[in-house]
Every structure is written in structure tokens, then in C-alpha cells.
Ligand binder design. Structure first.
Ligand SMILES: C[S@@+](CC[C@H](N)C(=O)[O-])C[C@H]1O[C@@H](n2cnc3c(N)ncnc32)[C@H](O)[C@@H]1O
Length: 277
């Protein structure tokens, strides 16, 4: 596969993941949990783009490699993962050490170090939300896709569509995108996927990957695993420990009573690169 590489500059560790060193370990845990929780939503998308029979696949913004692992499991082809963060690639190398069909590189997605028309499938997951220049990145992803090949953004959230009941206006505002925005992410990336893909010249289909509403046990288990994240986000938004404790008590109570409803749209986009692009 190295024949495809134009130039692989060794980059210093760029903090593309937008997390401090202290938060990094928790972030890796969260990515692992998210990969597990979203596996059933990503699988039909992988099948739809023809992952099984693809010869070569690029996973852009592969992070710690937990999603790359799912991809490598499903295909007989070669999988290349790139991420702008050297720390992430180190973790991914460890997670994927037994996978002979995977190669990993540190690279910015704004200048992907592969020739035009190289890959059958170029994919990414929970990625565009954190990208500074998404149009430049999707254009690059399209460039390295073969004519007739597919570009897939598997899950990109839109916090503007986050619904839940019973509500807590003060806390809900933090999780309706404020916390993501403060970290440099785009909480409304989901609704922008169509525009990004179409502008890149792709024949585009968008949809919502998570059309199942979780039951309260699932919500509780997710919350307890990711609790540190929630608490940090609330502290970061200026809430006192007392306010956080009170909210947590009420939230867990509503889950234990089985009355809480949560829905959070995760958009996907599939783009086919036209033969003449
Ligand atoms: C939320 S993580 C998702 C990782 C992985 N796809 C997953 O679903 O577990 C986003 C990743 O995108 C990477 N990233 C953000 N902007 C990037 C860019 N411009 N080029 C390369 N990687 C980038 C970050 O370093 C981070 O690892």
C-alpha cells in the first residue's frame, strides 16, 4: 500500500483531538464506549457502501482505532487509518497490533498524503464535528476516492435536535451544544453534511443512523460509563457541585422510574464519486 503514499511527513503531535493531556485518557475510554454503542448503527452503512468487498479503505480521523477495528473485521481489503494526532495514532497502533490488514499514519485530513483516485471507500466516524475546515476535508476525501467509489461519514451528531423529557433548562443548554462549541467542535454538523458532500461533487444520500430510542436501562448504563465527562462539562459551564448533584439525582431517578426519554440524532452521509469527477 505504501506505493500510494505521495509524501509522509513526520508531524509533531498536533492536538487535533482538542483535549488536554489530563482529559486524554477519559476521551479514549469514551471513544471505546461510543464505538461499542454505535456498532449496530454503523454496520448497515458499511454493508451499503460495499465494505466487505472493497480492496482498499481509508478511515480518516481514525482516533484511537476502535472504529477502524470494526472496519478491519468486516473487510477482506486493506485498511489505512490516518489521524492528525500522534497520541491517537500511538493508541490505535496498540489497539490494532494484531490486525495485519491495517496501516496507520499521522496526517492532517486537509492534505491527505495519497494520490487521486486511490481508495474504493473513504470513511470517517464522529469526525466532521471536530474538523476546523470540513469543506476542505471532504474535498480531499473525495479526491482520493476512486470514480464510482464511496465516501461515508457514518455518524455525525446534531445537538440542535437533542430531545429529552423531563427537562432541566439550565443543564439541557449545556448539553445542547454549548460544551461542544466551547471545545472548538461544531454541534450542528449533522445538518451540514448534505451541503458539504454535494459541494464536493458527490452524488449524496443522507439519513439518521440511530433511529432506535434507547430504553432507560441503556441510557443509565451509558451515563454511568461517561459520568466523568458529563460532570466535567457541567463544571466547565460554571455549575456548582450542589447544582450538579441535584441534577444527577433527578436524572438518575427519572431513569430508575423508567420515565426519561432521550433522543439525539446522529446523521450519516453516503456520497458516490461520479465517474467524470
Ligand atoms: C471524536 S474523534 C473520533 C475518532 C474515531 N473516528 C472514532 O469514531 O472513535 C475525532 C478525531 O479526529 C481527529 N481530527 C480532527 N481534525 C482532524 C484533521 N483535520 N485531520 C486529521 N485528524 C483530525 C482527532 O485527532 C480525533 O482523533
Amino acid at each position: 500500500m505504501s506505493v500510494f503514499v505521495i509524501k509522509m511527513k513526520k508531524k509533531k503531535n498536533i492536538e487535533f483531538h482538542k483535549r488536554s493531556k489530563e482529559d486524554f485518557k477519559d476521551f479514549i475510554k469514551k471513544l471505546e464506549l461510543q464505538a461499542l454503542e454505535t456498532a449496530e448503527e454503523r454496520l448497515p452503512l458499511y454493508l451499503e457502501v460495499g465494505l466487505k468487498d472493497a480492496k482498499n479503505i481509508l478511515d480518516v480521523g481514525c482516533g484511537s482505532g476502535t472504529v477502524t477495528k470494526d472496519i478491519a473485521h468486516l473487510t477482506k481489503g486493506k485498511v489505512i487509518g490516518i489521524d492528525g494526532s500522534g497520541d491517537m495514532i500511538e493508541v490505535a497502533k496498540n489497539i490494532l497490533k494484531d490486525y495485519k490488514n491495517v496501516e496507520l499514519y499521522v496526517s492532517s485530513a486537509e492534505t491527505i498524503p495519497f494520490r487521486d483516485n486511490t481508495f474504493d471507500i473513504v470513511t470517517c466516524n464522529l469526525f466532521f464535528m471536530w474538523v476546523d475546515n470540513p469543506q476542505k476535508v471532504i474535498n480531499e476525501m473525495t479526491r482520493v476516492t476512486k470514480p464510482g467509489g464511496r465516501v461515508l461519514a457514518s455518524l455525525e451528531p446534531d445537538y440542535g435536535g437533542k430531545l429529552h423529557y423531563p427537562e432541566n433548562p439550565k443543564i439541557d443548554a449545556v448539553f445542547a451544544g454549548k460544551a461542544i462549541k466551547e471545545r472548538g467542535g461544531d454541534p450542528h454538523i449533522g445538518r451540514k453534511l448534505r451541503l458539504l458532500f454535494v459541494r464536493a461533487g458527490l452524488e449524496t444520500k443522507v439519513g439518521i443512523g440511530n433511529n432506535r430510542i434507547w430504553n432507560c436501562e441503556e441510557d443509565k448504563s451509558y451515563y454511568l460509563h461517561a459520568r466523568d465527562f458529563y460532570v466535567k462539562a457541567l463544571k466547565g459551564a460554571g455549575l456548582s457541585e450542589e447544582e450538579i448533584d441535584k441534577w444527577e439525582y433527578e436524572y438518575l431517578k427519572s431513569l430508575d422510574e423508567g420515565v426519561q426519554l432521550n433522543f439525539f440524532p446522529q446523521f450519516y452521509a453516503i456520497g458516490r464519486k461520479p465517474e467524470d469527477l
